[in-house]
Design a protein around this ligand. Sequence first.
Ligand code: ARG
Length: 527
Amino acid sequence: MAIAKRVGRNPRSVAQEIVDQEPLSSLSAELEIGGPGFINIRLNDAFIGGAVSELRPLEQVDQPERIVIDYSSPNVAKELHVGHLRSTVIGDALARLFEFVGHTVIRQNHVGDWGTAFGKLIAYIDKEQSAEDLTVQGIEKLYVAANEQFEKDPIFAQIARQEVIKLQQQDSETLDKWNQIVQASLDHVQQIYSMLDISLQLSDVRGESSYNQDLATIVDDLDKAGILEVSDGAKCVFAEGFLRKDGSPLPMIVQKSDGGYLYHTTDLAALKHRSKSLHANRILYLTDARQIHHFQLLFAVGKLVGYISNDVIPEHLVFGSVLDKNSEPFRTRGGNNVLLRELIHEGIDRALEIVRIKSSHLSQDEQEEIARLVAVGAIKYADLSKNRTNDYRFDWDGMLSLDGNTAPYLQYAHARICSIFARADLDLQAHLSHEISLQHVSERALALRLLRFAETLEQSLEERKPHYLCNYLYELTVHFMRFYENCPVLKAENARIRESRLSLSAKTAQILRVGLENLGISLPVRM
Ligand code: ARG
């Protein structure tokens, strides 16, 4: 109809001319003109079957970008807790997906490893014990005690402040102790990443401390750009349009009157590094919504000072909170943060109960490994399958259910397909390129689903929302199950149909595997 309008002709006659074209009619069993000039195309089974046979899950982008993803980025000297879950899980899924389609991804773990807290900690460690054999749990306890001491003991407070100054002046003894604290914390962080199959490595850590040497230059850059102002002794930048609640201009303070730098200053240094040294085209940040204003101001000032040129796109990706069953913030009974270490262990225990019943034929070791993959998959999938910007409820029973839009349901379907091949002693890989001919409506429905993988992946990346891909994989699985109920595979009526159905099953397993693995979810071959 749009074409007809443009060429100024009757829509139905234009439609007829299009329908008469040879290449189009070979695609479809039925082409019909409806209403005032719509063309309805019903693709024929041979065309769909051929397209599925040729389906390759990997289509590389035409213009690969360099994408920095700043995710997880916890503050050290504390155990990881549920508040770190979403940034870590969503960031990791996006990193893998962008890499999969051919972009260059540079992971940046912007850990909070600097600040006055370290002065207190070091002073307290000096007083109470040595910095050796520190664990993150120990450090967290010491920090609570150090804070108490700081409040009640002025002499201790004085020492703690001196330690901060010594740290800033790179005093080697103080730096050593700081280093021990950071290393012990990062050991813990990496351990949790490996339990959760998170792809962040120690080499991706580029903490706040690593920008210390650059901060004076940042203030200089702002000065040279003519945007630095001094207000109440503090150096700051006023960006247009940023106002306080009372309507007065909101400053970005980059250096306090005592000479100290701030979170913003470090982030400006990181922005400069990512854009000028890492040559990123795109810089993604994953934090919760509390930091929206921080990043808005950061990007505005980044543009003013010239760190963000026209070919660099910074983007703050926010996400909602994790809630409990009653829609309250997810906490322990005592009101504390739920630790990721404990969360993962609880998940494995719960998954093991299910695996023991469902997979009693497998060895103890195998059951335990499956339970880990199921638990981690369930935790990640429950998060990824919800629209990123919404809150979601953390519910063990729901996320571990073998029915419904859950990781175990998808993992189980995949294992089931693998077992069809194992039972018949056939190679799944070898069936990926076999010819597919569609007989049954549920085969056709499954085939049409398979063909939509690429566009769903694209949509997930375009909006940086993995839930589109999750929902697609779920629907694909529902279609597979329907097909499997209706169409005998190994006992198909003849060899040609059997081969075709094996091939459809192999394709489904392949898309499930590629989709889930690039979300960071592993698949057991047996369950
Ligand atoms: N460490 C910060 C926090 O725990 C998150 C850092 C996010 N990244 C950044 N470049 N500011 O809130």
